[in-house]
Design a protein around this ligand. Structure first.
Ligand code: FES
Length: 104
């Protein structure tokens, strides 16, 4: 079972990547082809901050060791390393909502 949670107002989203905190947990929202993709703020390798990484098209690259995550393939690391957790989003009344799974 999953619930939708208010993450951030659209007016607070910039180009590229935006850091967001919800209930003490960090997320990043990336704008890719006019879609909003949400993912964990910390790299699944050694917890580097991905907001300091590089976004090129649909791939975010970790600034520390260069793991590359395909945001249009559910955060799959392109060399087969651990995936980055991504979250389903939807927009409602000018706000981005994310789908929260029960294990959070
Ligand atoms: S901490 Fe991100 S690749 Fe190592």
């Amino acid at each position: 079972m999953a619930d939708w949670a208010k993450l951030v107002d659209l007016k607070d989203i910039g180009e590229g990547m935006t850091a967001v905190t919800l209930d003490g947990r960090g997320y990043v929202v990336a704008v890719i082809e006019d879609e909003y993709v949400c993912f964990d703020a910390l790299c699944p390798h050694r917890q580097a901050s991905l907001i300091d990484g590089f976004l090129e098209e649909n791939v975010v690259t970790c600034p520390l060791h260069g793991w590359r995550f395909d945001l249009q393939s559910k955060g799959k690391e392109i060399h087969g390393y651990r995936s980055l957790r991504t979250y389903e989003t939807r927009v409602e009344n000018g706000t981005i909502l994310i789908k929260m799974e029960n294990d959070l």
